[in-house]
Design a protein around this ligand. Structure first.
Ligand code: NAD
Length: 253
């Protein structure tokens, strides 16, 4: 058994400076074929093209709104026909919001949960049965330091609650799928340099945050991608239900 005859699905991997695209590259460098699912169809196709060219694996990029079951179904149907069986899923698509609780609306709350939690459910629900049937799978959720610390970087209550929901999801699913050879883990990044805040985290606030990071810099997408790739290895079959911090040591400062 080898990862070269399997596909890793990475959601939200279109963003050029994002964790998802870096992860898709790292997985491809480790031999995985890769499927990129993203709202941004042109970005997903561009990512797949870049990955196939750079790493010599099969890669497909397709439009997908993870919040919409029909969209997930048609995106995964494209993959079923084009790529080897899915052996890994990285639930990376996510959105954040800094809105304080006393100002947050029900619509905004639902939007944050729709992408981060329901989106992960929609894709995982579709892919987990095949993994269990084949007796092998690696599922990784992108949670956040916000889930563990109740915000503190950028995300508000809705984001922190949604990212914490992903931790419960991870642990319960790990329990259920463990006997089928499927591991389920979460990574909890701290401040990573991407476009998720839309440039809203700059200046004094960013300087103050950096002062609280022992490693002395913000995180790079590669820092997170490396960890996810490790968790997806075939050899990493005895690590499950775990949450891995990747935050430059901010918890100890
Ligand atoms: P990003 O904004 O750079 O990329 C997110 C990607 O998700 C984009 O390509 C976007 O098009 C896609 N997306 C958004 N909604 C979608 C939907 N409904 N369906 C499909 N795709 C959708 O974000 P990032 O910073 O790379 O974050 C990736 C993940 O890591 C997220 O889950 C985020 O919550 C988590 N995270 C990020 C940080 C950080 O500091 N950047 C910290 C902790 C956790």
């Amino acid at each position: 058994m080898s990862v070269t005859d399997k596909t890793a699905v990475v959601t939200g991997a279109a963003s050029t400076r994002g964790i998802g695209r870096a992860t898709a590259h790292a997985l491809a460098a480790a031999g995985w074929n890769v499927a990129v699912l993203d709202l941004d169809e042109a970005g997903a196709k561009d990512a797949a093209h870049e990955i196939a060219e750079r790493h010599g694996v099969q890669a497909v990029g397709t439009a997908c709104d993870v919040t919409d079951e029909a969209s997930v179904e048609s995106a995964l149907a494209v993959l079923d026909a084009a790529l080897p069986p899915v052996g890994a899923l990285v639930n990376n698509a996510g959105i954040t919001s800094p809105t304080p609780f006393l100002e947050v609306s029900g619509e905004e709350w639902d939007r944050i949960f729709a992408v981060n939690v329901r989106g992960s459910f929609n894709v995982t629900r579709r892919l987990a049965p095949g993994m269990a049937e084949r007796g092998f799978g690696r599922i990784v959720f992108l949670s956040s330091v916000s889930a563990e610390r109740g915000g503190g970087v950028f995300g508000g209550v809705a984001y922190s609650a949604a990212k914490a929901a992903e931790l419960g999801f991870t642990r319960a699913l790990a329990r259920e799928l463990g006997p089928h050879g499927v591991t389920v883990n979460a990574v909890a990044p701290g401040l990573i340099d991407t476009d998720i805040t839309g440039g809203a985290l700059e200046g004094e606030r960013k300087t103050a945050l950096l002062a609280g990071i022992p490693v002395g810099r913000n995180g790079r997408v590669e820092d997170v991608a490396d960890l996810i790739t490790y968790l997806c290895r075939e050899e990493t079959g005895y690590v499950t239900g775990a949450t891995y911090d990747v935050n430059g040591g901010s918890h100890i400062s």
